[in-house]
Design a binder for this molecule. Structure first.
Ligand code: 5AD
Ligand code: SF4
Length: 473
């Protein structure tokens, strides 16, 4: 019998890469590959790379230097170690990677993961294999679904890609080049994926896409469905208690999405809506296609829904030409909106993007200083937001045993981690928790209701959701 081959994937960057790494495992599993945490014993190491910021490609090359040593050691032991570079650096740099690092056997772009087994076979025959085209066929049609035990091992919360690529062409961003044009998966395929996940214990789905609220997939009635209609349909799948989506563009907030937040309890009241800058001049230079006024109006539409919706965002400081006045406008916008959290980055020029040609560079010192000021403001908003839950009762979806014995950790609607002392049987359930204190970013509390049904159904992960009566319908 052939021994299983060991696979190690190192993922960098966004949620899409985390999801893609899982799909690579699912693709290679039927070809005899099993996951390993140690690269040095792997028969195949895949670097699932990110090109969005900074010296992402440099990180890849230094990692490849380390892998070269491991590969040589494996060869000394009479073992072949294959090395593949996947993800957005693979897409952006293509054959350049094999020139710079001949140790690489396979280069595969994000649209071609379903071809990995053939590419490996080709590399073993010809030395190298490369595929970075955007093939005409839909890779999702060829990516095998995860097996039930694999789904269970991945926990109760899962990503599902519903959309890939972006047509917005913000001047700083590589995504339209590395991930290509916007493509939406058909609703029927997404429903199949979500049902399979729900059947095997998944309770929370985060729909992901580079511009997820631009989703416009073929609906079950043959018409094009927007994201709000998709959310409405997925909320009816038995077992699914929470739905999230990420990442959204302010211009693509349509009425169906607002209605989804108003009408569907499963749609979580936490919206990641990147604005990037609070200066209209910089937004125009970024080709964001919206002003700060448009952004505030989008926020207001969510807020008008009634329930408390919290927001997070992405910011770039030091975009070419950003003055102190522009930066202050960003601070003013943050102060005005009030975020539950946000990511902020120093601008880094990406080769091939229009902004990389812009001349008015902001100095490294100014960037550092602005980033520190912005992060201080965001941190203070985040801790105020977290502190506000002390003394309140919040719904928590429990995910797994925590590091401290006896403690179970879950997440609130706003993705805050929350810890309680409780039996493991609560994993997979939403239960009310009385929040007592805050430890860094984590909420600590106790279950606010008795657990009468838990002992009755050990191991079956019953869903008791006092605030959500849809379950079981
Ligand atoms: N420099 C800095 N930050 C960037 N982002 C995207 N491209 C760049 C860049 N060239 C940030 C944006 C985006 C997030 C995913 O990464 O804020 O929303
Ligand atoms: Fe990049 Fe987002 Fe702009 Fe698309 S909308 S180009 S993914 S920053």
């Amino acid at each position: 019998m052939k021994l299983p081959r060991k696979l190690h994937i190192k993922s960098y960057g966004c949620q899409m890469n985390v999801y893609d790494a899982q799909r690579m495992v699912d693709t290679l599993g039927p070809h005899g590959f099993v996951d390993t945490a140690s690269p040095d014993e792997a028969d195949l190491v895949i670097l699932n790379t990110c090109h969005i910021r900074e010296k992402a490609s440099e990180k890849v090359y230094s990692e490849l230097g380390r892998l070269r040593v491991m590969k040589a050691e494996a060869a000394r032991q009479g073992r072949r170690m294959n090395i593949a570079v996947a993800g957005c650096v693979a897409q952006a740099e293509g054959s350049e990677i094999i020139h710079r690092a001949p140790v690489v056997d396979v280069v595969v772009g994000p649209q071609s993961y379903h071809h990995l087994p053939e590419l490996l076979a080709r590399a073993e025959k010809d030395g190298h294999a490369l595929e970075t085209e955007f093939p005409a066929e839909d890779k999702f049609a060829f990516l095998p679904p995860p097996k039930p035990d694999v789904i269970r091992s991945r926990g109760i919360s899962s990503f599902v890609t519903i959309q890939e690529g972006c047509d917005k062409f913000c001047t700083f961003c590589v995504v339209p080049y590395t991930r290509g044009a916007e493509v939406s998966r058909p609703v029927a395929k997404i429903v199949d994926d979500v049902k399979r996940l729900a059947d095997h214990g998944v309770r929370e789905i985060t729909l992901i896409g580079q511009n997820v609220n631009a989703y416009h997939g073929e609906g079950l009635d043959g018409r094009t469905w927007p994201l709000g209609t998709l959310l409405q349909h997925l909320a009816g799948i038995p077992g699914i208690i929470r739905l999230r989506y990420s990442t959204s563009h302010p211009c693509d907030v349509d009425e169906t999405l607002i209605e989804a937040h108003r009408d569907i309890p499963a749609v979580m009241p936490f919206v990641h809506l990147p604005v990037q800058s609070g200066s209209d001049r910089i937004l125009a230079a970024m080709n964001r296609k919206h002003t700060t006024g448009d952004y505030r109006r989008a926020i207001d539409r969510f807020r008008a829904v009634g329930q408390h919706i919290a927001f997070s965002s992405d910011f770039i400081v030091g975009f070419p030409g950003e003055t102190e006045e522009d930066f202050r406008a960003t601070l003013a916008l943050v102060t005005q909106i009030g975020y539950a959290g946000a990511y902020s980055f120093k601008y880094s020029p990406r080769p091939g993007t229009p902004a990389a040609e812009m001349r008015e560079i902001v100095s490294a010192e100014e960037m550092d200083e602005r980033l520190a000021r912005l992060q201080e403001l965001i941190d203070s908003q985040q801790s105020a937001f977290n502190k506000a839950s002390i003394g309140t009762i919040v719904d928590v979806l429990f995910e797994r045993a925590a590091r401290n014995p006896g403690q179970i950790v879950g997440r609130t609607a706003y993705l805050q981690p929350a810890h309680v002392m409780a039996p493991e049987a609560i994993i997979g359930q939403v239960l009310p928790v009385r929040i007592e204190s805050l430890e860094r970013y984590s909420l600590l509390g106790e279950l606010a209701a008795p657990l009468p049904t838990l002992a009755a159904a050990p191991g079956t992960q019953p869903v008791i959701n006092p605030s959500d009566t849809r379950m079981g319908a």
